[in-house]
Design a protein around this ligand. Structure first.
Ligand SMILES: Cc1ncc(COP(=O)(O)O)c(C=O)c1O
Length: 318
């Protein structure tokens, strides 16, 4: 998505280099553009300057309207769509609808297509694998690409400790697995999570989710037991305090008002966090927050589960 500006930025950097030679003070602008230039993937420029968006028929066009009617007839209403875009193809940061309209895509598959739509290397890897072997079930047998990927992930994720990878089909399944692993490992039952959290909608995960009543309405009882605490949202602080004068009361609150009063730490398996709260409003906690929280959890051997399904790998372009 972002990579489409790279070539243009490179031209700008060349112009800035020229000015830097003449005027060293311009260097700070160069550094800014240098950062933007790094929006490449393994040295590959992800896109080129684009001419879109291009609207050829007022959306939703006739083909889209026909499909919307069919969707209404045949697709479960449990999914909520934001607007009537019927996507047909995509390339880099551009997505095209069934009527030929082209848009600059800021959705990016809900922020998961980090290298853009149909990146040639991704497509090639999928094509190569599909021609060799489509499925055999890794839960019962072994595959080389799976082992290689796991090894790669343990190398590129932070931390030098020993790691293992569990592959699953979706974020929901990963969260469910983390809940089970935490219970298994600690032999404790309780969980902590945040108000505003989104960890998905399956029966275990929806107990952690607390961003909209509609996600839980008519589904109780959920998997017990989850206590929700306020997310560190400084702009609209739930405690009406100011950072940094608050001394991160939101961390001490977990210790003093929850764990010491009614949620026994020795029964608490794990706390689930989103490092940046996604669906809850794209909330970025203060820099020192998670270090402080982790220290509190470590005091009681409560596991820290970092759900980066939305905020995760590669989002910063690094
Ligand atoms: C933080 C977080 N966890 C879990 C999920 C669920 O992922 P999936 O839709 O792949 O099940 C999401 C989805 O948006 C998410 O943002």
């Amino acid at each position: 998505m972002i990579g489409c500006w790279v070539r243009e930025r490179e031209a700008q950097i060349d112009r800035i280099d020229f000015f830097v030679r003449k005027c060293p003070a311009a260097n700070r602008y160069r550094n800014r553009f240098w950062l933007e230039r790094s929006w490449t993937f393994e040295g590959i420029v992800l896109g080129t300057k684009v001419e879109q968006p291009r609207i050829v028929v007022s959306p939703p066009g006739p083909k889209a309207r026909e499909l919307l009617e069919k969707d209404e007839a045949y697709i479960s209403h449990s999914a909520v769509r934001w607007y009537p875009l019927v996507a047909e193809s995509g390339s880099g940061c551009i997505v095209k609808d069934v009527d030929g309209n082209e848009y600059v895509d800021f959705n990016s598959g809900i922020a998961v297509l980090n290298v853009g739509h149909s990146h040639p290397r991704v497509v090639q890897a999928m094509r190569d694998q599909a021609q060799k072997l489509l499925h055999y079930s890794w839960t019962d047998f072994y595959y080389k690409p799976l082992i290689d990927l796991a090894e790669q992930l343990t190398k590129i994720t932070p931390g030098t400790y020993r790691k293992k990878v569990f592959f699953s089909n979706s974020g929901a399944e990963a969260v469910e697995a983390a809940m089970k692993a935490a219970r298994w490992h600690t032999r404790r039952l309780l969980f902590l999570a945040y108000t505003g959290a989104f960890h998905s909608r399956t029966f275990g995960a929806v107990g952690l989710t607390a961003s909209k009543p509609v996600q839980r309405r008519h589904f109780f009882p959920l998997v017990p037991e989850v206590t929700h605490v306020p997310y560190p949202y400084c702009y609209r602080c739930p405690f009406h305090l100011e950072y940094p004068e608050c001394s991160l009361w939101c961390v001490d609150f977990v210790d003093e008002e929850v764990l010491k009063k009614y949620h026994p730490p020795e029964d608490t398996a794990a706390m689930f966090v989103e490092p940046v709260q996604g669906e809850g409003g794209y909330v970025v906690p203060p820099e020192d927050y998670f270090q402080r929280l982790k220290k509190t959890l470590d005091k009681y051997d409560i596991l820290f589960v970092d759900d980066e399904i939305q905020a995760g790998l590669g989002r910063t372009g690094k």
